[in-house]
Design a protein around this ligand. Sequence first.
Ligand code: NAP
Length: 281
Amino acid sequence: MPPRREFGSSGVRVPVIGQGTWQMEGDDRQSAIEALRAGIDLGMTHIDTAELYGSGRVEQLVAEAIAGRRDELYLVSKVMPSNASRAGTIRACEQSLKRLRTDRLDCYLLHWPGNHPLAETIDAFEQLRADGKIRAWGVSNFDERELERALEIAGPGKIACNQVLYNLAQRDIEHAVVPWCEAHGVAVVGYTPFGGSRFPPAGRSGKALVEVAERHGASPYQVALAFLTRAPTLFAIPKASSPKHVRDNAAAANLALDPADIAALDAAFPRPRRRPGVPSL
Ligand code: NAP
């Protein structure tokens, strides 16, 4: 069962390892639903989705998977930047609620920075919160300058999380985004924890990862998740449409990496040099 930790300054404790749902519309539907349900049974109750995913079809699939279990969940969805005007954000949220067959989201995110003034989006988030349609809100794909701007608009204690790309090969956020979030009580939710393509990677780095895994009798997926959630502000949301993969990911909670493991992974997957912005998919 993944341990829970405080989700930024939201006051809510959320499992360190949750479940992503991107591209599930292309998976075997029954298997994806079973996988999400198995994950909930195993305590991976943080479920991440978005209006963008399958143009709403993934939210409908999630609705089926979570039916009857809403109160156990930390349910997150996202508004697309093109919809994130004041009125558009409220409309988009109401449509997500309908597709998800629920009356509230635990957290609602701006999917990435867009062209509508951020102040309008934040205003809409606050309205949704006052109306009980969302419990908290956050952002996604924000770098430290964009986070600073959001903080200036919203004031302290309002941004629950920043969901950003984070995996062994993409550690850019460790330079400035993670420290900013730690300093301001914002949870960092790492997406695409397995890097999206070949995993474990080929070559020396992949070999080092497999060696750490073998030392612990764990899978490389579990090692990656343990590494990516090694600090108190960090959360991960792996996506798995197979119940077997979900069980593997949930068991990452039993894996404690020691300083030698961390050092080996650090050497095999070094932080890149600092560059402006945050990488995203
Ligand atoms: P990911 O979680 O890094 O990788 C998913 C892939 O890994 C799937 O092919 C899955 O296979 C496989 N997998 C998962 N666990 C496994 C295991 N234990 N053993 C073997 N294979 C395993 O990729 P992702 O979907 O890009 O990222 C995760 C979530 O982050 C998304 O689903 C989405 O919710 C969120 N996200 C957010 C943004 C954003 O802009 N905010 C962008 C991208 C993603 P199966 O499906 O076959 O089980």
